[in-house]
Write a new protein. Structure first.
Length: 269
């Protein structure tokens, strides 16, 4: 079978007994980075006095995941196969989901163990009293893709959780300060690690506390915008008193459909 095992995101004591058992029984270890996983296993063996046979390590990361899965046959999982990403929950802003999809499509038994996750930890720690949240991972770095994703993240009507690089954190705070100056933001630095720290305030208040180059891994939690967000459907657009050509451009913008094909479809409807 396949087991997806989450690993600590900073504090090695966050490993579960169940995860230790599954890792101990692994015959094949699929790893986002084999060096990181070998180092982790070394620490775990020393700390928890685990004695196991050395599994076969295979590199499986975002750049080779699709190619690796295309080469698989179901009998590969006749052994105890375990997948771990570098830290946290596999498949959550990390590779792993394609493996699960393969197992579903090929009737391979699989399991996903619960464990450490930076986004959920920061969401709870933010203190924003919400039961709903949207996770965006890392926003695109630049261009129209970033501008579009940023607007969606800021005005979707839900508490929004992002990951951000220390090199781009000040830029993100500056953008939020301009677009939503009164919105509260929660920053979590180095979750579970020695230098874990939480910051709360508006984006401009937080930017004033930050250095130009901020070390560490960051999770950004943005307070929900008022209302239900900028949700617009094709029905809403067609109800507007505008030409079909203009309507087709708007529909294509929110759906990704080809504008010309959308226009032809509207003409035929």
């Amino acid at each position: 079978m396949l087991s997806l095992v989450p690993t600590p995101i900073g504090n090695i004591a966050d490993i579960s007994y169940r995860s230790l058992e599954v890792l101990s029984a692994a015959q094949i270890l699929l790893c986002e980075d084999t060096r990181v996983t070998k180092k982790l296993l070394h620490f775990l063996r020393e700390r928890y006095n685990i004695t196991t046979e050395e599994p076969k390590f295979i590199s499986l990361h975002s750049h080779n995941e699709a190619e690796f899965i295309m080469s698989l046959s179901p009998d590969f999982f006749d052994q105890n196969v375990v997948y771990v990403s570098d830290a946290g929950m596999p498949g959550f802003s990390d590779p792993g989901q394609m493996l699960v999809r393969y197992c579903i499509d090929n009737n391979v038994v699989y399991d996903v163990l619960p464990g450490a996750n930076a986004a959920l930890t920061a969401f709870v720690a933010s203190g924003f009293v919400e039961t709903k949240m949207l996770f965006f991972g890392f926003l695109p770095h630049k261009g129209n893709d970033r501008a579009s994703a940023f607007q969606e993240a800021l005005f979707n009507g839900y508490t929004t959780v992002l990951y951000e690089s220390p090199k781009r954190l000040n830029k993100l705070l500056s953008e939020i300060a301009v677009a939503a100056p009164e919105r509260r933001v929660f920053l979590a630095k180095e979750i579970t690690k020695r230098y874990q720290h939480f910051y709360r305030g508006t984006a401009s208040e937080l930017a004033a506390k930050m250095e130009n180059e901020i070390r560490g891994e960051w999770v950004v939690v943005i307070e929900a915008s008022e209302g239900k967000g900028a949700s617009l459907s094709e029905t809403d657009i067609l109800a507007l008193d505008i030409p079909k050509k203009a309507a087709s451009k708007l529909i294509a913008k929110i759906t990704g459909e080809n504008p010309k094909e959308c226009y032809q479809r509207l003409l035929q409807s």
